[in-house]
Write a protein that binds this ligand. Structure first.
Ligand SMILES: C[S@@+](CC[C@H](N)C(=O)[O-])C[C@H]1O[C@@H](n2cnc3c(N)ncnc32)[C@H](O)[C@@H]1O
Length: 138
């Protein structure tokens, strides 16, 4: 449902992953009904190959959300599927916003700035760029 909503909102390309073949079939049928094209993958998000993306959305249990952080190559992560007393902490992400409704929570996480800085530095090194030398004290 989330992948279909993302596609209908204009995001693309959208890849939908589920570990359950029945859920995946239902998503395929609903994508056709909604007139959107998605890439579908039968995979366990905690062990399978996940595509890199700008944004990932996950409506799954608290433990899966908590473990997803280390597996995702995305800038933003939108999660739901757990109660408002729960506070998932996906590794490498910082909570930016929380919304709640009738005891359920939805969270927006962004990749932590420290990690982003390291990634930019890593990319610069990989491209052979120069890094600023630390200034010597005057
Ligand atoms: C609450 S349902 C949400 C269904 C759908 N994502 C939606 O938003 O309508 C949770 C779904 O997550 C799937 N799921 C649970 N753990 C998973 C995992 N480790 N990897 C991939 N899918 C998982 C389940 O099979 C189930 O279809």
């Amino acid at each position: 449902m989330l992948a279909i909503a993302a596609a209908r909102l204009g995001f693309g390309p959208v890849a939908a992953v589920d570990v359950d073949p029945v859920s995946l079939e239902a998503a395929k049928e609903n994508a056709v009904r909604n007139g959107v094209e998605l890439e579908f993958g039968l995979a366990d998000a905690l062990s399978g190959l996940l595509p890199g993306a700008a944004v990932a959305v996950a409506n799954v249990s608290l433990d899966v959300v908590g473990a997803l952080g280390a597996r995702l190559d995305v800038c933003r992560l939108v999660t739901s599927g757990y109660r408002d007393v729960d506070e998932p902490a996906p590794q490498g992400f910082e909570l930016r916003e929380r919304r709640t409704l009738e005891g359920w929570a939805g969270d927006l996480f962004e990749r932590s700035e420290k990690l982003q800085r390291n990634e930019v530095r890593g990319r610069r090194d990989a491209l052979g760029g120069t890094r600023m030398r630390p200034q010597s004290p005057r």
